[in-house]
Design a protein around this ligand. Structure first.
Ligand SMILES: N[C@@H](CCC(=O)N[C@@H](CS)C(=O)NCC(=O)O)C(=O)O
Length: 124
């Protein structure tokens, strides 16, 4: 039987594209049972609880975030994937769904987001 208290805890904001990146990695790597996922909806009481839990441990709270082990928190999707991959002996670069998402839709969303900020600044 798996000891749940030792599993990494992942904190996800619902519909966040960077959280989906970690979700996709977990799914493709078959690691869903090796982590505990705590997902919140923006504006919900669960969000307040999660932010209160994370803020003493992180310089800046962002999502996804993870408690890798008791007292050890990080918040950067690449670092979370790298930690989980190393722990499981997996190579994210060789996972086609994960790499397609990161290089395709996620990159597109990030580029559109940057372009939108630049256009707004230019229009102001
Ligand atoms: N580079 C970060 C970006 C994460 C990010 O910007 N996440 C957004 C949600 S999609 C966030 O946390 N925004 C601030 C907030 O919700 O407090 C990563 O890859 O983890």
């Amino acid at each position: 039987m798996t000891d749940n208290t030792l599993k990494p805890i992942l904190y996800f904001k619902q519909n966040c594209p960077f959280c989906f990146k970690v979700r996709l990695f977990l799914l493709e790597a078959g690691l869903n049972e090796d982590v505990e996922i705590r997902e919140f909806v923006s504006g919900s009481p669960a969000e307040d609880d999660i932010r209160a839990e994370l803020s003493p441990h992180l310089d800046k709270v962002s999502f996804p975030a993870a408690r890798l082990e008791p007292g050890r928190y990080i918040a950067e999707s690449d670092d979370i994937v790298a930690f989980l991959a190393a722990k499981a002996g997996r190579e994210p670069a060789s996972m086609p769904a994960f790499t397609n998402y990161v290089e395709g839709p996620l990159k597109l969303v990030m580029n559109l987001w940057k372009e939108n900020i630049e256009l707004k600044a230019a229009a102001a």
